[in-house]
Design a protein around this ligand. Sequence first.
Ligand SMILES: [Zn+2]
Length: 55
Amino acid sequence: MTDPWRDPEKYKTGRRVRCVGCGETCRETHWGKWCFDCNVERIDRIDKAFDKLTS
Ligand SMILES: [Zn+2]
């Protein structure tokens, strides 16, 4: 299974921004101003919350 947000290559092309989560310099992505680590953590959390709501 390859979730697009788990692909580090997707985090290398956007313009330089500061991550909303940790404040580190990163690249803007399809998901917003999130670095790889923060975005994976964030989406995992959303997914788990969503699973709880639907199961
Ligand atoms: Zn971050």
